[in-house]
Write a protein that binds this ligand. Structure first.
Ligand SMILES: N[C@H](CCC[C@H](N)C(=O)O)C(=O)O
Length: 319
């Protein structure tokens, strides 16, 4: 059986066209009950929505409200699972920061995605191929809730962030104080600053200033990397659209790739973040970055949402 057929036979109730959908429970006019799952990767926390079974297009404002840790559910990012949009993928998934902005990649989220679809039998077994806005990821299950993700290749071209500068190993900005940093895209934009002590790094003050600096028209994630030795780093990340998180998977990949490219690190690095640790491997130009780490599922819930008429239509149409 061709790989394509093998792949489709691995899906339980998941015809390619995604047509079989169970509408979210609908209550009085415009109110729906939306099931969600709360998950995290090293404390970087997510709300996971299954848009195949419960289709609804949330507005930016609704995402912001749901991310509020007092008024909503609370999360760093929302992961939205959907049917694949290309034949070589098993699923697609969309990622939204807590501020409602949609982004291209989420490393900790990819591991949680893998656990979600495998534990629910939405696919028979790993590897799971999932497409994001601009990448195709391959997710592997290493057992004991440890997952390994082929994160794709780092892109060191500053235009990929975007950041208008001549390609270089290291860059600088006058804030007015001079700040030096590496830059890489993992599908989403990262800059990485070296620090001799993560605990004392000005993650919030400097991170928030750089994250929204005009040099980065689409914003940027700001990592603070402390090199312990060639096999171990500590890392804190001020994330675009979320602030400092307890861990950042794409940030760990970007930091290690930049460190290896600068000749400061070996090819497999243990990354200690505030929420725990990841193992990152990168063999160099032309190779993908491989990330290994845990994914935890915390609780299931439902939330009532008032949706507008056109969302209702979209909701209805996607049944
Ligand atoms: N804030 C990031 C997206 C989430 C990345 C992070 N949570 C990860 O695990 O990679 C951005 O705006 O590009």
């Amino acid at each position: 059986m061709s790989k394509q057929k093998q792949r489709s036979s691995r899906h339980r109730h998941r015809p390619r066209n995604g047509r079989e959908r169970r509408p979210a429970a609908t209550e009085p006019e415009g109110v729906i009950t939306l099931p969600f799952t709360k998950m995290h990767g090293l404390g970087n926390d997510f709300v996971v929505l299954d848009m195949i079974s419960h289709p609804v297009n949330l507005t930016t404002e609704q995402i912001r409200q749901l991310s509020d840790r007092n008024l909503g559910i609370g999360f760093d990012q929302m992961l939205v699972i959907d049917a694949p949009r290309r034949p070589d993928a098993d699923f697609s998934y969309r990622i939204f920061n807590g501020d409602g902005t949609e982004v291209e990649h989420c490393g900790n989220g990819a591991r949680c995605f893998a656990r979600y679809v495998l534990e629910r039998g939405l696919i028979a077994n790993a590897p799971v191929r999932v497409q994001t806005a601009n990448r195709l990821l391959e997710l592997h299950d290493d057992g004991d809730h440890q997952y390994r993700v082929d994160m794709g290749e780092p892109d060191f071209n500053p235009e990929s962030l975007p950041f208008s500068a001549e390609p270089a190993l290291e860059y600088s900005l006058q804030l007015p104080e001079e700040v030096r940093f590496f830059a890489a895209s993992m599908g989403n934009p990262h800059i990485v600053l070296l620090t001799d002590n993560c605990d004392k790094a000005p993650v919030h003050e400097l991170g928030s200033k750089l994250c929204t600096h005009s040099a980065f028209p689409q914003g940027v994630n700001v990592g603070f990397m402390q090199i312990i030795d060639r096999d171990n780093i500590r890392l804190r990340v001020h994330e675009r659209g979320a602030g400092e998180t307890l861990a950042c998977g794409t940030g760990a990949c970007a930091a290690v790739a930049c460190g290896i490219r600068a000749g400061l690190l070996n090819h497999t690095v243990h990354v200690e973040l505030r929420g725990g640790s990841l193992n990152i491997n990168w063999q160099g130009e032309g190779y993908p970055v491989l990330m290994s780490g845990p994914a935890e599922s915390v609780f299931e819930g439902t939330i009532k949402l008032t949706i507008t008429a056109d969302q209702e239509t979209a909701h209805g149409n996607r049944r």
